[in-house]
Design a binder for this molecule. Structure first.
Ligand code: NAP
Length: 259
């Protein structure tokens, strides 16, 4: 049995939609107060409303993770509302597609800006508060794409997701003396608004390539993130957890068909 996390406070960037909203729902269900962060206010309001009946209190801050001052404001709001901050989920991310020959410097800057720099900025903004909590937890949403697999059109995205993992290994060493852990969840293909926008054909094709026979749910990722947030996971840091229904395992199409 895990210790209760009731009354702890978390920031979830990209918490208005998709995986971030799923993490917010799982955390609030466990009694954690959650501050969801994103740019679009209407989406944030809809999420706060949808999660209003959870044991943990869910509120929002409109902020852009590419701006360090916005990240500082989000942290200040969490401390003001709940008296401290225990957990940061650096989850906000974008995945625009572009083949290598077509990528502009702006495309590369945009993807690295949100996915990598945005991860660093929210963690930097929260460092003092996480240290003060005495049991700080950072959970980064990376991906199988980049760290483990490749997919045409996502070379810049894959690089940003691999960059997050390079970052957490040294960050883990710097944070360990402050009793802060930092780990990453690597989702496979998870059903979110973002994935739905890629079309049914894409989703069917991906589901067929997954040994578990289905795409992942946002709750699958929320549960993995919740584990890293527990007291019991306090000796785990700088690590990665792939949550993909076995998607990266088959050596070939034949191997998948034989299972
Ligand atoms: P999504 O449904 O498109 O949601 C993305 C979230 O990030 C939204 O809340 C969005 O809100 C926010 N966001 C984007 N840019 C932001 C910025 N500059 N500042 C603050 N918030 C920002 O995407 P998702 O599928 O849930 O993906 C979430 C994370 O999971 C990403 O890091 C992604 O790389 C990773 N991931 C997803 C999958 C998958 O299958 N879905 C697989 C592997 C990894 P606003 O646009 O309003 O700011």
């Amino acid at each position: 049995m895990f210790n209760s996390l009731e009354g702890r406070t978390a920031i979830v960037t990209g918490g208005s939609k998709g995986i971030g909203r799923g993490i917010a729902e799982t955390f609030a269900g466990a009694g954690i107060n959650v501050v969801v962060v994103a740019r679009n206010e209407a989406d944030l309001d809809a999420t706060v409303k949808a999660l209003a009946d959870k044991p943990g209190k869910v509120s929002s801050v409109t902020a852009d993770v590419t701006k360090p001052e916005d990240c500082r404001s989000a942290v200040e709001a969490a401390i003001e509302r709940h008296g401290g901050l225990d957990i940061v989920c650096a989850n906000a991310g974008i995945f625009p597609s572009g083949k290598l020959g077509d990528l502009t410097p702006e495309d590369i800057e945009q993807v690295l800006g949100v996915n990598f720099k945005g991860t660093v900025f929210i963690i930097q903004a929260a460092l003092q508060a996480l240290t003060d909590s005495g049991h700080g937890r950072v959970i980064v949403t990376s991906s199988i794409t980049g760290p483990v697999t490749g997919y045409p059109g996502w070379s810049h995205y894959g690089a940003s997701k691999a960059a997050q993992l390079g970052f957490i290994r040294t960050a883990a060493m710097e944070l360990a003396p402050k009793q802060i852990t930092i780990n990453a969840v690597l989702p496979g293909n998870i059903v979110t608004e973002g994935l739905v926008e890629m079309g049914q054909e894409y989703m069917d094709q991906m589901a067929a390539a997954i040994p578990a026979g289905r795409l992942g749910s946002v709750a699958d990722i929320g549960n993995a993130a919740l584990f890293f947030a527990t007291d019991e996971a306090g000796y785990i840091t700088g690590q990665t957890l792939i949550v993909d229904g076995g998607q990266i395992l088959p050596e070939s199409i034949e191997a998948l068909a034989e299972a």
